[in-house]
Each structure stands twice: as structure tokens, then as C-alpha cells.
Design a binder for this molecule. Structure first.
Ligand code: ADP
Length: 985
């Protein structure tokens, strides 16, 4: 559409230029540019078509680039036929074209030349009274296209059926001859013939009855207009211009017709025709080609009256518009389409709007319904109240249920009516505050606690949330009230429980603390008990074992020697039992302290092996020892505890193995020392592997043995753990056992040389006499120490308790005090502290004597001011050693005793072989040794000197060391060997 408008505009602007260009082209090169076309006349050449000849002759067609041929007609129907067939582009027609158009022929009238139809109905003139009605019943010739005459007759009330219709001959003679009465003719033509013939005729024109048809017109086809609009316009314009010229130059055109077209008619006739035409064409009054649609309407009505056209038939497209206004049809159509679309869209939009409105209304309704339901079915109580008068507007079911009212009892009531009486004033003032805040700040939501009262009087606590709301034209608030009464009650209950629980916890804690104190007290009591027991048991043992040691020095009768040995053995066993029991208690109480110091691994192994070898030998068991070459000489660790564990394991191996062998293999791997103790004993079942490490557990074979306490392995295990090592057993019943002890014992430097425990016989002569005070409440103990020290040349005094000790110290100023720690009146701790506070008290050496088995006692003792501590039962050697260290003493050692502690001596027992001795001598030696009969032993040894001097010398060493047990064991072993040998032989 935009393109068409643009082209239209462009043409409008350029048209004059284009026309000039066209004109120039026509004049310059006419032969090449002329548009050939035909004009079909409806009859033979005559003045009736003068305008077209003039246009051609005057070059009007040519001016428009048209090369026009004017074609004669004969029957009158050629123009319609040829124009519609396309043979002629233009034709000369009559008003009957209207009928053709209505019949569907696409003819368009370009312009009317004859403003009035030339048709007349000629009848012979008969007199002045004659009327048209005289025609009734007479023969009449009516030409095909003279409908206006038919109409005229009809209008005059003359039906064609009342006439005798003859075929038209177009020969006026037929009228003259009376062949026909009526004769349709052109007023411009046939009348001339009649006039010339002197025939009187009467011409009836339809105009007399008001029927005024157009005469000749120029027409074309719709197709022609559509395809060649410029040609049509040009042809019409040139033709009408020709008509204009012809009507003004009638003679010239008559000459032209005669000269160029036809001489059928005389010049005179042509001019006659021209003259008659002037009335019909009216060239001076009407513009050539002019046609009035009203006239055409009139013609159509006449046709309609004749039944030839329907009433009010349309004239659309029939009349040519030489200057059509720009064709806005497309625009109108487009506008119409747009309008239509707009209307449709608008309708759709309106429909949609209406649907949306309906939907929105439905939604609003649904939403309102939803809110209404939410409100009414909410499990939270809700109330809507007017903020201007504080009256309730609406409540939901839950609200009514919460407060116990019916709806009609609350609607319209003040919103504060159910406030709890006890909080009413406070609640009311808060309500007013909330309402006021809501007015100032409508978006705000208020949250708070409210106290309500149920209808039955019980108190309700609610948590409320309220906000502004427009409700049915009221300024309102909606409050949601959540019942928290129960929650509060539970909370308070919980608070109560909490505080109660705290109380309970407190009292329980107090109880527990008390229980703990009691337990601690009990523990302390146990410790005290154990300490007491230890003291009580060790003190008499001290005396028993001490005095047996002393007695061994004397010459005692042989039977008493034996008894003494038994006492000594029993005492030693008792001591070890006490030690074991105390040790396990001590471990359980966590009191066993580990000591870490460098020690000689080889020495410990030797001493253990020596001890075990004797026992193994006693039982006739082979004892294999194996030391890896990479063992360190000195290691850092707890030597005494290691020794104890090894003695335990090896002791068990000996104890439970009846025949075969036991072995100790020591190796070093991954920084650990591994001690493997294996035997060929009864073995231990799998299920007992763990149990044997529990205190007091013994296997069947253990119980059957009737020895031991079941504590050894438990203690060993604990020691091992303390030493960060591992102790494990591998054994099967009947397959022997292997215990493996792995300990991290790092290699270390050799410790400072320690003086070997040698037998002391006195102080070296050049030393000043030492004053030694012995403090003990037990006379036995005082006596024991007295007797041990007396021979060595100390000045000795005794005290029975702490107080006496202080007194003695003040009076006598001893250099060293042996202080028993448990004493009546004033114990050793207090006495020591007080002595230390006295003049010279800082110099005196005080050594605690204690029967306590607990190592931690040492700490307490040292803290109380003692320099050192020696445990009971007293060992002679440690007694001297401690004194020697503290007082820098030099002792005199007995020669033999010195030999007794040499390393050679440790291996002595092993090297001795009695098998070559007579069995009687062995039996005698054994009896003497068991009876601790020194004299008898010496006697036997003396006897040996002659027969077995080497053996006698070695035996001497054992005797000097009072190693009676070993002597007895060696004798035992030899006897067994002899028996075996005898059996074998
Ligand atoms: P005790 O030897 O004093 O009974 P222990 O704790 O040393 O206590 O040993 C616990 C038990 O383990 C023993 O009673 C014994 O039944 C068993 N047992 C220990 N060592 C061996 C072993 N080498 N061979 C067989 N059984 C053993």
C-alpha cells in the first residue's frame, strides 16, 4: 500500500513532464509509437458519427498516440459484439447498453453524444385529431434497440400484443407504401426521405410521454478500462473534442464524409442529419460526452416498468468517470479491513476483558471465600474490631471456642470485654496504645501477650498478633490470638523441674562428693590398713629374719641350725607373699612408681639366671640361656622391676615344668629388648591365655601344684605396661609355654661405679668414732640394729619414741639417727622435723626406717627432713651402704665376704660338681646345709680338701657366703644324678 501511494505521488509530480515527453515522442516518431485501435459504428457512415471522423481527421487521436480505424456497422449489434470480443476497443451504443450491463456484459458507457434519443415512431399523417392510439391493431415495424418506443406505447396504454409487429426493413418506402402503419425511425435520418418524397407523416416521440432516453453514446469494455486506462481516457477526450469540432463545422465534416467515408448520402442529406442532430446533441448547452446518472436512473426505471430490468437495479461501474478520483478503494478496503480487524480485536479484547473481569471476579470471590474460610476455620482465634469505637465486628469459631461465648454475645461488644479482670487496666491501656500506633503506622504489625478470661472465669494467656484492616467500610484491626496458656504452664512446670533438677543434681553432686570423699577415705583407710598391715607383718618378720641372720653367725647346735634354716625359709616365703599381696594392692591403687635409671643388663641377666639355674638344677631341668651378640651393656629403665618380671616368668617355668628344659633367650630388635622364656611344661590352654594375667587366677595345673598365689603374672603384666612394653604368652596344653616380654630399653652409658655389697666387719681404724642413735618403739628392732652395728665400732644409743630421740639429740649430738617412722608419743616425721629445727639439726643425718611397702612413702619421708630411707626387714648390706654414703665412712671388709660378692662367685654354684663324691658324703653335706649347720659344713669341706681340693676351695666360698640353700640344692641335684646313673647302669 505504501508503495502504491509512493508511486501515485511520484506520478502526480512527474505527470506534466511525462506528458511533454510523450507528445514529443509522438510528433518525432509517430510511425513507431501509435496505438492501433478500432471504433465500431452501429451503422453505415453518416453524420450520426461525425465527431469521430472529425477527431481522426483533425489528428486529435494522433495527438494522443492513437491510430484509430472507424469501422461501419450494418445490423446495429456489431458494436456490442465486437467490443466484448476485443475486436474493437470502442463502440457506439445506445441506452439499451444498460440492459446488457444488467445481463452481465461488462460494458461501460464512456460518454453520451446524443442527449436525447433520435427514435421516433412515424405514422402516416391522417388529420389533426389522430393520436398515438390510432396505432392499435395496425402493423408496426419497431427496431431492436428502440425500447423507449415500446415504453412510450406502454405508457400510452398500448400493448405490443395489440399491434401487428413487422420485421423492420429500415426502408421508409414501406411506410409510404402503407406496408406498415408504424415505423420506428431516427428523427435525424428517415424523415428526410419522407420529406423528400412529400409523404405526410406524424412523428411520435417518447419525450412527449416523459420518456427521455439518451441517444448514441461511446462505450468500451471494463477490461479495456482496466488494461488501458490512459488509452480509454485519451480516446474519449479526442472523440469528444472531435464531436465538438464536428457540431461546429457541420459542412466541413459533411464534405469529409463524402470525401473519405461514404457517398451513400448526399451532402444535403448529411447536412439535414446534422441539423436534426443539433437538437438532440445540444452542443451549445451540454458538454460533449456529459451524462447524468439521474437520467440513467430514469432510463433504468423505464426498463423496469417494461419488466426488462428489476426495480432499483444498480448502476455501479456502468458509467465511466473520465477523471476518477484517486482509487482509494484499496485504501478503503484496507481501512475497512483494519477497522474490521480493530473491531474484531476490540471485540475479542472486550470479550477477554469481560472474561478476565469475570475470572477476576470469580477469583476475588474464591479468594474472599478462601479468606472467609481461613478466617472462620482457622485454628487460631481471630477477632476483627473497629478501631474507632473498639467494638467487635467479626470473630471466628476458634475465638468463640477459646472464650466460651456464642457469636451473638460478642458481635458489637467492646473488644476488651473478655480481658482478664486482674489485668484489665493494663490490657486496656495497651489496647489503646496498639490502636493509636496502628493509626500512625498502618503497615505495622503488633505482637504481644494478652490476658483473657474464659466465660467460665478461668484465665487464658494468649500470644496476639494484630494489624490494620479495612473491613466492610470500617477502619479495623484483625487480631490473631494463639492460646499459650498450656505452653506457659508447661514452661513454668519445666522451669520448676529445671530448678528442681538443679536442686537434685546439686544434692546428688553433694552426695557424690560425699561418696567420693568416703571412697577416698576408704581408700586412704585401705592404704593405712595396708601400711599398717605391712608394718605389722614386716616388723615381726624383720625380727625373725634378722635374728636368724645373727644366729647364723653363732655356733648353734646342728639341730637348731636346721630349725633356723626352716624358720628362715618360711620367713622368706612369708615375706615374698606379703610383698606380692602388697604389690598388687599397690598397683591397683596406682601407687607403684616406675624408676628409670641406667643399669647393667648383663648383671641383671646373670643374677636372674644364677638364681633360676639353681632352681632348675634342683629340679634336674636343663636351663638354656642365649644372649644375642648385639645386646647393649647398659640400658635405661627400671632394672629392679625387669628383674622381678624375669624371675617371675623363669620361676614359673621352673615351677611348672617337671622335666625337660627351660630357656631364656634375649635379643634386641627395633630398639626393643625381647626376653623369651620358654619351657617344656604342661602348657596353658587357649582360654586361659588371658586369664592367667588376672590377679589370683591359677590354671588347673597351677592349683594342683599347690604353690603360688596367682599374682605373679598379674604383677608382671602391670610392670610391663608401666614400662611401656608387652607381655604375651604362646602355649598349648601339653606343648610347653613361651612367654615373650618386649621392653623399650634404650642403650645408655655405664652408671658411676657403685661399691659392691661386701660384708663389712668394721670401720677403718683411722676414722673418728661415729655416734649413731637408734630410734624404734620396738625393742626387737632396736636390738637388731644395735647388734648389726655394734661389732663395727660405732657409738650407739637408743630411743623408744620421737620425744626421747629429740632429747637424746640435744644431749648427745649424734652424727646419724636411725629413725623408725611409726611410733607412739611422737612419730618419726615429727621428731625429724623438730630435730631439724634444733641447733645442729641441719647437720645430723637421719635415715628413716620403715616397714611400709609403698615406694611413695619415700617422698613423704624425704619431705619430712630425712636424708634417706631403708626398708624393713633390714638388710645388713643396705644398712652399711647408706651409712657409708651419708657419713663418708670407710669400712673394713672381711676377706671371704669380699670374695663372696665377686662375679666369679656367682658362677660358682653352677661350676660345682659333686657327682664324684661318695653319696654318704653328699648326704651329710646336704643335711648340714639344710640344718644351716655351719660347723658341720665346715667339717665336711675340710674333709674334702684332701680328696677334692678344688671342689673344697669352691665350697669354702659358698660356706663363707652362708649359701646353705645352694649347697643343699647342689647336693640334691648330685643325688638325683647318681640315682639316675645307677638306674641306667
Ligand atoms: P602363681 O604361679 O603364683 O600361681 P602366676 O600369676 O605366676 O601365679 O601364674 C598364674 C598361673 O598361670 C599359674 O597358677 C599357672 O597355672 C599358670 N602358669 C604360669 N606360668 C606357667 C608356665 N610356665 N607353665 C604352665 N602354667 C603356667
Amino acid at each position: 500500500m505504501q508503495l502504491r501511494v509512493a508511486i501515485g505521488n511520484w506520478l502526480q509530480r512527474r505527470m506534466p513532464g511525462l506528458l511533454c515527453l510523450a507528445m514529443f515522442a509522438l510528433v518525432a516518431v509517430p510511425a513507431f509509437a501509435l496505438d492501433k485501435l478500432n471504433l465500431q459504428l452501429k451503422y453505415l457512415h453518416q453524420f450520426q458519427f461525425a465527431g469521430y471522423y472529425a477527431a481522426l481527421e483533425k489528428g486529435y487521436y494522433r495527438e494522443h498516440g492513437l491510430d484509430v480505424s472507424i469501422v461501419e456497422g450494418i445490423s446495429g449489434d456489431e458494436p456490442l459484439k465486437n467490443v466484448l470480443a476485443g475486436q474493437s476497443q470502442f463502440g457506439v451504443g445506445s441506452s439499451s447498453l444498460l440492459l446488457e450491463r444488467h445481463a452481465g456484459k461488462p460494458v461501460v458507457v464512456l460518454g453520451v453524444v446524443f442527449q436525447h434519443s433520435p427514435y421516433v415512431l412515424l405514422v402516416p399523417r391522417t388529420g389533426s385529431t389522430q393520436t398515438i392510439h390510432d396505432i392499435m391493431g395496425k402493423p408496426v415495424m419497431l427496431s431492436a434497440q428502440s425500447e423507449e418506443l415500446t415504453a412510450y406505447l406502454k405508457k400510452e396504454g398500448i400493448s405490443l400484443s395489440n399491434l401487428t409487429m413487422l420485421k423492420h426493413s429500415f426502408n421508409p418506402d414501406d411506410l409510404i407504401s402503407g406496408k406498415t402503419y408504424g415505423f420506428s425511425a431516427y428523427a435525424t435520418n428517415e424523415t428526410d426521405v419522407l420529406d423528400k418524397a412529400g409523404f405526410a407523416y406524424q412523428a411520435y416521440t417518447p419525450r412527449s410521454a416523459g420518456i427521455d432516453f439518451y441517444g448514441d453514446n461511446l462505450f468500451t469494455s471494463e477490461q479495456q478500462i482496466k488494461e488501458h486506462p490512459a488509452r480509454v481516457k485519451a480516446f474519449r477526450e479526442a472523440s469528444m473534442r472531435g464531436w465538438h469540432y464536428a457540431m461546429r463545422h457541420q459542412e466541413e465534416i459533411a464534405e469529409l464524409i463524402l470525401a473519405k467515408y461514404s457517398q451513400r448520402n448526399s451532402r444535403e442529406h448529411l447536412l439535414y442529419e446534422a441539423k436534426k442532430m443539433t437538437d438532440l446533441v445540444q452542443p451549445e448547452l451540454v458538454e460533449m460526452g456529459y451524462m447524468n446518472p439521474g437520467r440513467w436512473m430514469h432510463i433504468a426505471e423505464v426498463y423496469a416498468d417494461l419488466g426488462m430490468l428489476p426495480k432499483n437495479s444498480q448502476m455501479q461501474g456502468f458509467l465511466y468517470d473520465p477523471d476518477p478520483r484517486p482509487d482509494f478503494l484499496w485504501l478503503y478496503r484496507a481501512l475497512a479491513a483494519i477497522s474490521f480487524l480493530i473491531i474484531v480485536a476490540w471485540l475479542i479484547h472486550m470479550k477477554r476483558l469481560s472474561q478476565e473481569r469475570k475470572l477476576a471476579q470469580a477469583n476475588i470471590k474464591a479468594s474472599e471465600e478462601r479468606y472467609r474460610r481461613l478466617f472462620s476455620e482457622s485454628t487460631i482465634a481471630q477477632v476483627v474490631y473497629d478501631i474507632d469505637n473498639l467494638k467487635i465486628l467479626a470473630v471466628n469459631a476458634r475465638y468463640l471456642q477459646l472464650l466460651g461465648y456464642a457469636e451473638n454475645e460478642v458481635i458489637g461488644c467492646p473488644v476488651d470485654f473478655p480481658f482478664d479482670v486482674n489485668h484489665r487496666e493494663e490490657m486496656r491501656s495497651r489496647l489503646h496504645q496498639v490502636v493509636q500506633d496502628g493509626i500512625d503506622n498502618p503497615e505495622a504489625t503488633y505482637r504481644g501477650r494478652w490476658h483473657y478470661q474464659h466465660r467460665d472465669g478461668h484465665h487464658i494467656e494468649v500470644e496476639g498478633t494484630s494489624r490494620r484492616l479495612e473491613y466492610a467500610n470500617h477502619r479495623a484491626r484483625i487480631a490473631s490470638l494463639e492460646d499459650v496458656t498450656e505452653r506457659e504452664r508447661i514452661k513454668q512446670e519445666l522451669e520448676k523441674y529445671k530448678s528442681h533438677l538443679e536442686e537434685m543434681v546439686l544434692s546428688r553432686t553433694t552426695e557424690l562428693i560425699a561418696a567420693k570423699h568416703m571412697a577416698e577415705a576408704a581408700n586412704r583407710a585401705k592404704s593405712v590398713f595396708l601400711a599398717n598391715m605391712s608394718h605389722e607383718l614386716r616388723t615381726p618378720l624383720n625380727a625373725i629374719l634378722g635374728f636368724t641372720q645373727l644366729m647364723k653367725r653363732d655356733n648353734i647346735a646342728p639341730e637348731n641350725q636346721k630349725n633356723l634354716a626352716t624358720i628362715n625359709r618360711a620367713g622368706q616365703h612369708l615375706l615374698s607373699l606379703i610383698n606380692d599381696v602388697l604389690e598388687i594392692s599397690r598397683i591397683e591403687a596406682g601407687r607403684t612408681l616406675l624408676q628409670s635409671a641406667p643399669f647393667d643388663l648383663g648383671e641383671i641377666l646373670s643374677s636372674v639366671e644364677e638364681m633360676i639355674r639353681v632352681k632348675a638344677d634342683d629340679k634336674g631341668l636343663k636351663f638354656i640361656t642365649e644372649h644375642a651378640g648385639n645386646l647393649p651393656a647398659f640400658v635405661e629403665g627400671d632394672g629392679p622391676h625387669l628383674k622381678q618380671v624375669l624371675i617371675n616368668l623363669l620361676g614359673n617355668a621352673v615351677k611348672y615344668t617337671e622335666r625337660g628344659q627351660l630357656a631364656l633367650s634375649v635379643s634386641r630388635r627395633n630398639g626393643e629388648i625381647n626376653f623369651e622364656v620358654s619351657d617344656t611344661g604342661p602348657g596353658i590352654s587357649e582360654q586361659d591365655h588371658a586369664r592367667i594375667f588376672q590377679p589370683f587366677y591359677q590354671t588347673q595345673s597351677g592349683i594342683a601344684k599347690g604353690e603360688g598365689t596367682g599374682l605373679g603374672l598379674a604383677i608382671s603384666q602391670e610392670y610391663t605396661k608401666m614400662m611401656k612394653g608387652r607381655l604375651a604368652v604362646k602355649s598349648q596344653l601339653g606343648q610347653g609355654s613361651t612367654f615373650t616380654l618386649s621392653l623399650p630399653l634404650p642403650e645408655t652409658e655405664a652408671p658411676a661405679a657403685q661399691s659392691a655389697a661386701r660384708s663389712i666387719i668394721g670401720l677403718e681404724v683411722d676414722q673418728e668414732e661415729m655416734r649413731v642413735l637408734i630410734v624404734d618403739d620396738k625393742e626387737d628392732n632396736r636390738e637388731l640394729v644395735m647388734q648389726l652395728l655394734a661389732p663395727t665400732g660405732f657409738a650407739l644409743r637408743t630411743a623408744n619414741d620421737g620425744q626421747q630421740a629429740i632429747d637424746c639429740f640435744i644431749a648427745w649430738q649424734p652424727q646419724l639417727i636411725w629413725m623408725d617412722m611409726r611410733m607412739p608419743v611422737l612419730d618419726g616425721y615429727q621428731a625429724t622435723q623438730q630435730i631439724r629445727a634444733l641447733p645442729g639439726g641441719d647437720k645430723v643425718k637421719i635415715v628413716a626406717l620403715t616397714a611400709s611397702a609403698f615406694e611413695e612413702e619415700r617422698q613423704k619421708i624425704i619431705e619430712s627432713g630425712c636424708d634417706d630411707m631403708v626398708r624393713k626387714p633390714l638388710e645388713e648390706a643396705s644398712l652399711f651402704l647408706v651409712m657409708g654414703d651419708l657419713l663418708n665412712l670407710r669400712y673394713r671388709y672381711a676377706e671371704v665376704e669380699q670374695a663372696a660378692v665377686t662375679p666369679a662367685q656367682t658362677n660358682l654354684a653352677r661350676a660345682l660338681d659333686f657327682s664324684t663324691l661318695p653319696s654318704s658324703q653328699i648326704a651329710a653335706l646336704k643335711a648340714a646345709a639344710e640344718a644351716l649347720d655351719l660347723a658341720k659344713i665346715r667339717q665336711q669341706v675340710a674333709m674334702l680338701k684332701e680328696t677334692h681340693p678344688a671342689l673344697a676351695a669352691e665350697m669354702d666360698e659358698l660356706v663363707q657366703g652362708f649359701r646353705f640353700e645352694q649347697i643343699a640344692a647342689l647336693c640334691d641335684k648330685s643325688q638325683t644324678q647318681i640315682k639316675q646313673e645307677e638306674g641306667e647302669s
